[in-house]
Design a protein around this ligand. Sequence first.
Ligand code: SAH
Length: 252
Amino acid sequence: MSETGKVHLVGAGPGDPDLLTLRAARLIAEARIIVHDGLVDPAILALARPDARLVSVAKRRAHHTLPQEDICALLVQEARRGHDVVRLKGGDPLVFGRGGEEAEACHAAGVPVEIVPGISAANGAAAAAQIALTHRDAASIVSFVAGQCKGLSEQDWAGLAGKGRTLVIYMGVKTAPQIAEKLMADGLAPQTPVAVIENAARPEMRVLRGMLAGLPDLVERELVVSPALIVIGEVTARENAAVAALASEVAA
Ligand code: SAH
């Protein structure tokens, strides 16, 4: 019987292959089997060997091509056949990536796991849009939340957004109206600055800015598509101020 293989849960970052870690790039280039989800950019999959087996387990909102249990079972099965498996996920495997569930399934089956971090969408988007998630003058707390999850309305987000805080919402495009309503019901000012960053760190990136009360309208009017992040807080307005200051300096 062949020895059990290892499962590598690897973060693919927000899209640009340049934003892979060296370890992720090496594992992708060496892998014989890569199990990837839909968010992984084709440019990253292109780094795989020509003879690598690429298995897509693409997940779309409310439409799971492969249920999570089946993904876990597939990883365990391949490892038990003696294969080292690269499980490639968008961003970081442990941020809204179900990496925890897959690691647990492997541990329970006695399959060794290595986790390779990736640049999460929040970090990739912040850098690409030049929005500081924390800033000494504007925010010393940053929170990441999922905008599309079971029981969104019962989730307690009170205190996560507001003065001195930055809230980053993953998977929130479809639920933008409920999100804006929920935050305002929690007492957040309708004028709180927001930014929507679509396709961060990809050539087609868009950064849209507005105010909390206008968020649903902004998303609808601009036909924002997934993947996109919503960032709420004063930090999203700073770049504008800096750019405006720079422009007036140049004009003066
Ligand atoms: N593990 C991933 C998150 C997976 S959840 C990570 O750490 O980034 C999927 C959500 O991530 C998307 O709905 C979107 O909100 C966000 N996302 C992923 N890639 C993105 C990108 N390139 N630009 C903007 N948002 C992105």
